[in-house]
Design a protein around this ligand. Structure first.
Ligand SMILES: C[S@@+](CC[C@H](N)C(=O)[O-])C[C@H]1O[C@@H](n2cnc3c(N)ncnc32)[C@H](O)[C@@H]1O
Length: 199
């Protein structure tokens, strides 16, 4: 058995996810953020960027069954979709194609949430820079596709660009905070930026 797999297996949340038939421990991250900050709700429209394998979608559909979700990812979902969930298999770097899809389907959202993570190289500065680029791409959807008073959540690999990204986001929202959920490994550089209530 590979070392990383052994390590992950030891993790409490990984085991919990397995025990509870959840597709990923990411479920617990959105659950904690949502319980603390009340960002999601029933009858809302949610854009979930980097949604595969589908843990966040599992949480939203379980907790808010009437919410309508569009998930986008390079990779296929590994969960069953329900009638309120749509999936677009697409690379976010093809930003114009994604925008065309959103426009063609007349979509605008109450929440844009992203757990996008780049393939990691192990070189911290490279991974942080890739993560930053992906965050900027996600942020680019806010102006046109997030409703007034809507919320925006993104994952970022903390680095020298994190604070400037935070400041950039902050300008457009009433309140912006950092969150490190318990299910996020302490050693990992990942942190979430949560921006509440678009101005
Ligand atoms: C940590 S996983 C997301 C887990 C998910 N929130 C869940 O609950 O199951 C990060 C995802 O980001 C996706 N991703 C990375 N780069 C992407 C890109 N350029 N466009 C679309 N998705 C991307 C990966 O394919 C991966 O599925």
């Amino acid at each position: 058995m590979k070392e990383w797999y052994k390590n992950r297996q030891k993790e409490y949340y990984f085991n919990e996810a397995k025990k509870n038939n959840l597709i990923s421990r990411a479920y617990y991250k959105i659950e904690e953020i949502d319980k603390k900050q009340r960002i999601l709700g029933n009858n809302q429209r949610v854009l979930d960027l980097g949604c595969s394998p589908g843990g966040w979608i599992q949480y939203i559909t379980k907790k808010y069954p009437n919410s309508k979700i569009l998930g986008i990812d390079l990779l296929d979902l590994k969960i069953e979709k329900n009638k309120n969930t749509n999936f677009l298999k697409e690379d976010l770097n093809n930003y114009n194609d994604v925008c065309k899809y959103l426009q063609d389907h007349n979509l605008i959202f109450d929440n844009i949430i992203s757990d996008i993570a780049p393939n990691t190289s192990g070189i911290q500065s490279v991974d942080q820079s890739k993560s930053h680029q992906l965050c900027e791409l996600c942020f680019a959807f806010v102006d046109k596709y997030l409703n007034k008073n809507g919320n925006f959540l993104i994952k970022n690999f903390q680095g020298e660009d994190t604070q400037s990204l935070f400041n950039e986001i902050k300008k457009k929202f009433s309140k912006t905070i950092y969150i490190k959920p318990k299910a996020s490994e302490k050693v990992s550089k990942e942190i979430y930026i949560l921006a509440l209530s678009k101005k």
